[in-house]
Design a protein around this ligand. Structure first.
Ligand code: NAP
Length: 276
């Protein structure tokens, strides 16, 4: 297939490399042209790459931050052609999917998706298609989805070695992601900022490092994603505060059995995620 990748950042460049290795013809756009030149020199992107190539591609994968994806379509709407499948990899959906449905020209199908994999570093030089191995892949149909979209996205997921594939509507996606992805990043940064000791660095172990790895965060991207998903995110922050408050109350009242039961139920739930 001919695939056009919009944005050669961490995710876009990782898709470009992984899909190139599967034999697809890859074309790409990136704000900084030097990344495109690097991708051509590395043999990932075709030598005759040009923005106009978007018109001859079967699939367009929008790999910018949500608002930049929208700006890109607005600016280069005339390049999209009937019969193409447009998809995106963005971390929030409800707002962006609605905007894209409204601005995409007629005759183009659009089905969003979210690769549940990443890294704490960003940009082209961080690319690594192996991050997708066994990762979850969430497909998010839109009002402009076509019959074949799910099949094609399944093919992409398989070629990039993703694991489980889940299909949900945009609102459900944003609710799930508020918990599994956004709250976890908020916990990591708040945990690091809750530290008031000079010696912390020399007293950390695996638990601190595991829990705070993602605090080495891409603050520009995550600020946008948090604000776009504010209602769902505020809901899961409230739920988390309630759990923390409950744990605190058990400690205050020395409820040994209840503390053990609370941790045991979390352990069993977390262990069940590792099955199959
Ligand atoms: N990182 C993750 O863990 C992860 C996981 C799943 C999904 N996603 C989603 O993937 C998408 C891209 O994230 P990423 O991690 O690949 O980001 P990234 O590595 O920071 O790359 C950002 C991309 O956006 C471009 N860009 C930045 N500002 C721009 C602007 N003002 N106008 C046009 N282009 C601009 C950058 O171009 P330059 O090279 O010129 O800077 C680069 O191509 C996001 O929608 C995110 O939600 C990310």
């Amino acid at each position: 297939m001919r695939i056009f990748i919009v944005g050669l950042g961490l995710i876009g460049a990782s898709y470009a490399e992984g899909l190139h290795l599967k034999g697809h013809e890859i074309y790409a756009y990136n704000r900084s042209q030097n990344k495109v030149e690097k991708a051509i020199a590395e043999g990932i992107v075709e030598k005759d790459n040009d923005l106009d190539k978007l018109t001859i591609c079967d699939i367009v994968i929008l790999s910018l931050y949500p608002k930049h994806n929208i700006e890109f379509i607005q600016k280069y709407r005339y390049l999209f052609k009937r019969g193409q499948l447009v998809t995106d990899v963005s971390g929030t959906k409800t707002w962006m999917v609605k905007e894209i449905e409204n601005i995409l020209p007629e005759g183009i199908t659009y089905t969003s998706h979210h690769p549940m994999a990443g890294k704490e570093t960003s940009g082209y030089d961080s690319k690594d298609y192996r991050i997708f191995e066994n990762a979850n892949f969430v497909i998010v149909p839109s009002n402009k989805s076509g019959k074949k979209d799910i099949l094609i996205l399944n093919q992409i997921a398989n070629e990039l070695s993703f694991g489980k594939i889940l299909t949900v509507d945009p609102k459900t996606h944003d609710q799930l992601i508020a918990f599994t992805s956004q709250l976890t990043h908020i916990l990591a940064v708040t945990l690091v900022n809750a530290d008031h000791y000079d010696e912390t660095k020399d007293a950390t172990g695996d638990s601190y490092r595991d829990l705070t790895r993602i605090a080495k965060i891409n603050e520009e991207m995550w600020t946008e994603l948090f604000l776009e998903n504010k209602p769902a995110l505020l809901g899961v922050i409230r739920d988390f505060q309630n759990e923390l408050q409950y744990m605190k109350s058990l400690l205050l009242s020395d409820e040994k059995e209840a503390i053990m039961a609370y941790m045991k139920s979390a352990k069993e739930k977390r262990k069940s995620f590792d099955k199959d």
